[in-house]
Design a protein around this ligand. Structure first.
Ligand code: BES
Ligand code: MN
Ligand code: ZN
Length: 499
C-alpha cells in the first residue's frame, strides 16, 4: 500500500474513491464531515439524523455520492465523544475504517485524521499506527492457491493531518508504520506456509535472500555437522527423527559501530511439530505448522529493522528443526548433553521447543548481547493461562521487562509478565540428569521458562511465549505478532521518536 500525508483545507475539494471521516455521538460531525456534507447536499447530516450511525467508536456507514469525479464514497466512522478520544477509541476507529474499506472496491482512499490526535496518541504515533494497521490489513495469502483471492482493493491511502504536523515528519511516521506492517506481513506469510514448503532449509534460504539485498546484513547457516562440533546435543535430538536437516540460522545486522553491544532475537523455528515419539493427537495437529511463528516474527522484525535502517546492532538466531517420529527419533527417557554441558533427560519429545532453544541461547553468549529476547510458541499451558490477547513474558531483568511492556503498549501488541521464581525450579530436577524437559501438570508455561532460565544466566534475557497469540484458529491464519512489539522495542533502543 502507498501512503502519503496531506494538509487539505477542504475535504470536499479532494478527488478520492473513498473519503474516511470521523463522526461523533449526538450528531456531532468532524470539520471534514461538515465540508463533505455541504458539498454533497446534506447526505451526512441526513444519515446521522436517520440514526443510521451513532458515532460510537467503531461504528461505520458507507455512503455513495454518485460523484465519480469528486468524492465517490464517504465512509463515516465513529470516533466516540471527541473530548474523550484516547488510544482505545482510536484503535476501534482505525479497525472500523479498515473493515469499511475492505467492504468496498475503492482503489484509493483519503483518511481525514486532522482531529484525531490526542494526549495519549499524538499525531506521529497515530500516523505510525495507521501505516502499520492498513499495511498489515492489505496482506492476502495466495502462495498455494490456484486462483488468488481478492484482498483489500485500495492500494493508496492519503492521510490528511491538517496543521497538526509538518508533511515531511508526517510522511516519515507513515513510512515507519508501513515498514513495520510489511514486517508483520513477512511473519504472517512464513507462518501460513505449509510444513512441506516451509522447512528448515526454506527458512535458511530466506535468511540468505535477506542478506543478499543488504550490505549491513550477513547471514551464516550452521549445519548439523557444525552444531555437533559445538556440542549441541539437545538441539540435534529434535531433528533425529526427521529427513529434514536442522539449521541454526544466524543473521547479523550492523547498523552501529562494532563496539555497540547487539540486541539478540532468538526464534523457535519448529517447521512442524508432530510431538515426535510422544505423538500429538490428530485433532488440530495441522496447526503445528505454525510452530515456527517465533522464527517468523524474528524474520519479520529483521525485515522492518533493515527497512528502517535502525542505528543499532541486532543479531537474529533462528533455531529451525522438524519434530517427527521414526526409528531414529529421540525416545522418552533418553539423556542428551547440551552445549552448556548440562545434561537433559527428555521425558516428553513433544517438549521440543526448549530443547532447540537452550543450545541456541548458549550460542547467543558469544555475541556479548545488550539483551536477548527469545520468541516461541512454547506451551499449550500459556494458551490456557492468557488466551489469545497477551504474550506470556518472562524476564531475569526488570528494566528489560518494562521496556518490552512499553513497546507492547505503544504497538498494542502486549505482553503480560509471568513469574520466573526459583520455587518452580525443583519441578524440572531429574534423577538421571541435571534437568528434565517437563515439569509436571502445574504451571506448564512457567516451568518451560524456568528450563530456559538455566541457560540464560550470563545476560539480560526475556522469553515470550506466543503460543496463544501467534495464530488464529478460525479462520486459520498467522497474526504476525509480536513483530509490532519487537519493532517498537528496537525503535525505542535506537532512540527514534515518532514526533
Ligand atoms: N508447540 C507446542 C506448544 C503449543 C501447543 C503451542 C498448542 C500452541 C498450541 C510445544 O512444542 C508443545 O508441544 N508443548 C507441550 C509441552 C508439554 C509436553 C510439557 C504442551 O504444551 O503440551
Ligand atoms: Mn511440541
Ligand atoms: Zn512445539
Amino acid at each position: 500500500m502507498d501512503f502519503s500525508a496531506k494538509t487539505l483545507k477542504d475535504a470536499g475539494a479532494a478527488k478520492t474513491a473513498c473519503a474516511i471521516v470521523p463522526v461523533y455521538p449526538r450528531k456531532a460531525l468532524s470539520a471534514a464531515a461538515k465540508q463533505l456534507d455541504k458539498r454533497y447536499k446534506g447526505v451526512i447530516a441526513d444519515a446521522v439524523a436517520a440514526g443510521d450511525i451513532a458515532g460510537t467508536a467503531g461504528d461505520s456507514l458507507l455512503l455513495h455520492t454518485g460523484d465519480e469525479k469528486g468524492v465517490r464514497r464517504i465512509l463515516l466512522v465513529g470516533a466516540g465523544t471527541r473530548s474523550k478520544l484516547d488510544a482505545a477509541a482510536l484503535r476501534k476507529f482505525v479497525a472500523a475504517a479498515i473493515r469499511g474499506l475492505k467492504s468496498c472496491k475503492a482503489k484509493d482512499a483519503m483518511l481525514h485524521a486532522e482531529e484525531l490526535a490526542c494526549e495519549e496518541v499524538p499525531m506521529g504515533a497515530l500516523l505510525e499506527q495507521v501505516g502499520r494497521s492498513f499495511e498489515s490489513a492489505s496482506y492476502q495469502y495466495s502462495e498455494t492457491l490456484s486462483k488468488p483471492r481478492p484482498g483489500l482493493a485500495a492500494a493508496r491511502l492519503q492521510v490528511n493531518c491538517g496543521e497538526a504536523m509538518k508533511t515531511a515528519a508526517a510522511n516519515r511516521a507513515l513510512k515507519l508504520g508501513k515498514q513495520i506492517g510489511e514486517g508483520i506481513n513477512v511473519a504472517k506469510q512464513l507462518g501460513n506456509l505449509p510444513g512441506n514448503i516451509c522447512t528448515p532449509s526454506y527458512l535458511a534460504n530466506e535468511a540468505r535472500k535477506l542478506a543478499k539485498g543488504d550490505n549491513k546484513l550477513t547471514t551464516r547457516i550452521l549445519e548439523e555437522k557444525q552444531m555437533r562440533e559445538l556440542g549441541m546435543g539437545s538441539f540435534l535430538s529434535v531433528s533425529a527423527g526427521s529427513e529434514q536437516p536442522a539449521k541454526l540460522i544466524a543473521m547479523h545486522y550492523k547498523g552501529a559501530a562494532a563496539s555497540k553491544k547487539p540486541y539478540v532475537l532468538v526464534g523457535k523455528g519448529i517447521t512442524f511439530d508432530s510431538g515426535g515419539i510422544s505423538l500429538k493427537p490428530g485433532l488440530k495437529m495441522d496447526e503445528m505448522k505454525f510452530d515456527m511463528c517465533g522464527a517468523a516474527s524474528v524474520f519479520g522484525t529483521m525485515h522492518a529493522v533493515l527497512a528502517m535502517k535502525l542505528p543499532i546492532n541486532v543479531v537474529a538466531l533462528v533455531a529451525a528443526s522438524e519434530n517427527l517420529p521414526s526409528g531414529k527419533a529421540t525416545k522418552p527417557g533418553d539423556v542428551v548433553t547440551s552445549m552448556s554441558g548440562q545434561t537433559i533427560e527428555i521425558l516428553n519429545t513433544d517438549a521440543e521447543g526448549r530443547l532447540v532453544l537452550c543450545d541456541t541461547l548458549t550460542y547467543a553468549e558469544r555475541f556479548k548481547p545488550a539483551a536477548v529476547i527469545d520468541i516461541a510458541t512454547l506451551t499449550g499451558a500459556c494458551v490456557v493461562a492468557l488466551g489469545s490477547h497477551a504474550h506470556g513474558m518472562y524476564a531475569n531483568d526488570d528494566k528489560l521487562a518494562e521496556q518490552l511492556t512499553a513497546a507492547g503498549d505503544s504497538s498494542h501488541d502486549r505482553p503480560w509478565r509471568m513469574p520466573l521464581w526459583d520455587d518452580y525450579q525443583k519441578q524440572i530436577d531429574s534423577p538421571f540428569a541435571d534437568i528434565q524437559n517437563i515439569g509436571g501438570p502445574g504451571g506448564g508455561s512457567i516451568t518451560a521458562a524456568c528450563f530456559l532460565a538455566r541457560f540464560t544466566k550470563k545476560y539480560k534475557w526475556a522469553h515470550l511465549d506466543i503460543a496463544g497469540t501467534a495464530w488464529d484458529s478460525s479462520p486459520k491464519a498467522a497474526t504476525g505478532r509480536p513483530v509490532g512489539m519487537l519493532s517498537h522495542y528496537l525503535l525505542d533502543r535506537a532512540g527514534v521518536k515518532l514526533g
